[in-house]
Design a protein around this ligand. Structure first.
Ligand SMILES: [Zn+2]
Length: 87
């Protein structure tokens, strides 16, 4: 089976997404830091994004099992995010 991510999400706020250099979609919440925009996944990973490396839609990649336990379920919209998304 081929896994396909969604397109880049340029105005990512929170939700399921694949962050740069990762292959698993996690559920991300924003955290406020002085040095830029950072996010923390439900399973505890902290990661930063910028305009050159936006997160990608989860596509059909298997979701992080740890996040899945407590994060909101993925919406059909998130699953098929091939365009910009704001929520
Ligand atoms: Zn996770």
């Amino acid at each position: 089976m081929n896994f396909l991510s969604g397109g880049p999400i340029h105005k990512f706020l929170r939700g399921w997404a694949i962050f740069p250099f990762k292959r698993t979609p996690h559920y991300w919440h924003p955290v406020h830091r002085s040095d830029g925009k950072a996010f923390r996944s439900v399973c505890g990973i902290e990661s930063k994004i910028n305009e050159f490396a936006p997160p990608l839609g989860p596509g059909n990649f298997p979701l992080c099992k740890k996040c899945k336990r407590t994060a909101p379920a993925i919406t059909p919209k998130e699953k098929m995010t091939f365009v910009e998304q704001e929520r």
